[in-house]
Each structure stands twice: as C-alpha cells, then as structure tokens.
Design a protein around this ligand. Structure first.
Ligand code: AOS
Ligand code: ZN
Ligand code: ZN
Ligand code: ZN
Length: 424
C-alpha cells in the first residue's frame, strides 16, 4: 500500500489557518531565530525504527495479532516507509539477524531507497538457538565458558557485520542476554573476561567507518546476574575494545529511579555515548510507547543530549532508535506516538535558555534553575513539530491522517489478518 502525496496535502490544507495561529502564539514566547533553528533541527532529526516492532509482540502469556502485520522484510520496510511518509522522522530501519536476512540485497536496497529509508545499526542475536546450530546459547554466548559456543557467537556477529556492509549500515549493536539465574552459577570475573575477549575479536573485524554499540541491562532473561549489567560495565568494555566502540543506552534498562540523564551526561563528556533505544517503562524493560509514562524524565534526558551535542565534539553523532514492543496497540500507531514524544522532548530541550540557566547555576539560584527548565518543558511545542513536518511534505497530524486514510484496513486487505513477522 502506498499513500498518495495529494491525500496528505488535502488533509493538511484543512488545518492551515489553525496551524498559523498556533505558530504565531509561540512567537510571543520565543525569538524568531530560536524558533527557526528549532524547526530546522526537528526537520533534520531521524530515528531508526526496529524491524521487530512492526507486528504485535505479545508477552510470554499470549499474543494478540493486529492483522495486516508484515510477513517479510520487504513488508517491514514498506511499513516504515508509510510512517516516514507521514512523519518525515523515520528515515531508517534497524535490522535484526537472523530474523531479517535479506534474500535479494539489491532489491531490498532499492526498495529502501525509493522510500527514503537507510539502514541503521544491525542487531545480532545470541539469545535464541537457531535451527541446526551446532552450539546452544543456553549457558551463554560471548561470555560462555564453552569455547565452541563463544566461537559460534563471535562468528555470528561477524556475519551480521558482513550483511550490514552489503546494505550500507555503519554499526553493530550487541545486546548480550548472557547472565546467571542463580548465585554461584558462574564466576563473575571469568565471564567478564570472556566477554571482553569475544567483543575484541568482533571489534577487530569491524570496518574502519563502523561503530560497535554495546547495550547494557540489569536483568532479564536472567534474574540473578547479567554479564553486561550497567553502563559502567559497557563503558569498560567499550574502552577495552577501542575508539570505535561505544555504550548504547536503552531507556528501559535501568533499575527504578536511576538518574539516566546523568549517565547520558557522563558518557558524552567521555565521548562514549554511541546510541539510544527509546521507549518508556513503569517497572522494568516494559518497552512501552515513548513518553507514555515519564515524559518529564524524557525531557531531562534530552536536555543533557542537547547540551552534549552542543558542547561535546569528542562524542560522535548518536544512533537514535526506538526499541519497543506492542501488545494491544496498532504497532504503527504506537510508533507514530513514540516519534511524536521524542520530537516534543527534543524541541523542548532545544528551547531551554542555556545562557540564563548558566547564570542561574553560577548564582546558585536553585528556584530560577528549575523555572528555566520547566518553562521550556511546559511549552506546547507541537506547532514547531507540525511546521517541520509540513515543510518536508509530511502530515499535519500523522496519527489522524493514518486513521482517516484507513491504512490498517488496507494492510489487512492486502496481507490478510493472520500474518506474522519474525521477531519478538
Ligand atoms: C533487549 O532487551 C534489548 O533491548 C535489545 O535491544 C532488543 O530488544 C533486542 O535486541 C531485540 O532483538
Ligand atoms: Zn534495546
Ligand atoms: Zn530491552
Ligand atoms: Zn526494552
């Protein structure tokens, strides 16, 4: 299914005068120059969508199909193309191997090209055993005490790099499920050493212009210990590998009340923040819609990201990705909501008056500091998002446009109601 540009434009025209009024309202609060800069930054911002989040994910208790879900890689890319056409923010896909092994690389590249989609970080998978695999990952992969399992996991990661090279990707994300379910199950120092050695081996096969992104997570699937449990472990491993290795922050991978914005600041100061997995959570790695639970926290994180992007040339450009899972929402609607939440937080952070904040901090005026942040946070920045989208040919309101054009109904008609994408 393809949306015609004229369909989007027609719906946009209905909102024209409302949009002008809203934008003028913001002009009473912020200088023209700052508005213009913010709109430009929003227009440039692109977030990769995960190939595994386009169908219903479910939980270990059950899964409820949404109908019209993509059944193969082409259809996954088409879905991202639809979201990108409406939002103009989703110009990249993050693939997962082996769920997304392309049969015809040239055809996949051409399709992605037509839809304006590039290939962001590649994700390897050593958390599931694949049919016919010689070794099981039951007792770990890159960290395993069994040499053959480690070697198989290293070879898989190298294979993922090779596939990514053909597609034009420039990074590999490693999320390691390795861990222990019970005390004493493994020796902490031994598994850490194995992990470091394995990552170094993978790193040595990384093309010069690639990055290795190392994700951390405190628990799950193991509930006693995880080998790469926190940013400190990831940071140490990235340092051991070298200058092309970085830490990746997934918002759901922290214990309750962790100060994530401070982690972001520390990593950027050290030039070691490589990428982001956006999502939201109430309890743990809930993978909920971005901004659904803690939007102020997301703003505080973006506040540090913006500061870092302006002040830390030692940190590279970040790989922005959504990592989510959908149980009851239409996945495409959920992703549109997530993109909107990300851009809102980004726009608010861009509007923070940094000079005033610096002065207030120098004067130790705690009240003023809070007021400055919250003034930006409490601004309805949606007119700026809409302006950025309209200029790029996107929809004034992507979600409402998606619904009025009955995209899901079309997808069900084309693909049927019981398709299933490979993935979580
Ligand atoms: C797992 O919890 C991590 O968030 C991974 O980034 C991701 O969900 C997984 O790699 C999907 O395959
Ligand atoms: Zn993740
Ligand atoms: Zn996760
Ligand atoms: Zn998650």
């Amino acid at each position: 299914m393809r949306i015609q540009q004229e369909q989007i434009d027609a719906l946009n025209r209905q909102q024209d005068s409302f949009h002008r009024q809203q934008l003028d309202g913001l002009r009473t609060l912020y200088e023209e120059k700052r508005m213009a800069q913010t709109i430009q930054k929003l227009a440039d911002f692109q977030v990769a969508l995960p190939s595994w989040a386009l169908g219903a994910g479910g939980t270990r208790f059950g899964r409820f199909s949404y109908g019209g879900e993509p059944g193969n890689l082409e259809q996954k890319i088409e879905d991202i193309g639809l979201i990108h056409q409406l939002t103009r923010t989703a110009g990249a896909v993050s693939l997962h191997i082996p769920w997304d092994i392309p049969e015809d690389v040239a055809a996949i590249r051409q399709l992605a090209d037509e839809l304006g989609i590039s290939f962001d970080a590649m994700n390897s998978n050593t958390f599931q055993d694949q049919a016919g695999a010689g070794e099981s990952y039951r007792n770990g992969s890159l960290s395993s005490v069994h040499r053959a399992a480690r070697e198989q996991a290293i070879a898989h990661n190298i294979e993922v790099i090779r596939i990514g090279e053909q597609l034009g990707s420039k990074s590999l994300t490693v999320w390691l499920a390795d861990g222990a379910s019970f005390p004493g199950q493994y020796n902490f120092q031994t598994v850490l050493q194995h992990t470091e050695d394995s990552l170094k081996h993978i790193y040595s096969e990384l093309p010069d212009d690639w990055k290795l992104l190392i994700e951390y997570k405190p628990y799950e699937p193991h509930f006693y210990s995880t080998v790469i449990q926190d940013w400190g472990t990831s940071f140490a491993l990235a340092n051991a590998c070298g200058e092309k290795a970085f830490t990746l922050v997934d918002l759901g991978h922290h214990l309750p009340n962790t100060n994530i914005e401070q982690i972001v600041a520390t990593l950027m100061k050290k030039g070691k923040l490589g990428g982001f997995h956006f999502n939201d959570s109430k309890y743990g790695d809930d993978d909920l819609t971005v901004g659904a639970i803690k939007p102020y926290n997301l703003f505080l994180i973006f506040n540090e990201l913006v500061y870092g992007m302006e002040n830390n040339p030692q940190n590279p450009d970040l790989a922005w990705m959504i990592d989510a899972s959908h149980n009851i929402k239409d996945p495409l609607e959920d992703l549109i909501q997530s993109l909107e939440a990300i851009l809102i937080a980004y726009a608010q952070a861009l509007l923070v008056d940094r000079n005033a904040l610096f002065t207030a901090q120098q004067e130790s005026d705690v009240v003023r500091c809070q007021e400055i942040l919250q003034h930006a946070y409490r601004t309805d920045v949606r007119p700026l998002l809409r302006e950025a989208r309209l200029r790029a040919g996107g929809a004034f309101d992507p979600l409402e446009t998606y619904r009025s054009l009955e995209v899901r109904k079309q997808l069900v008609k084309e693909r049927g109601s019981s398709t299933r994408a490979t993935g979580l």
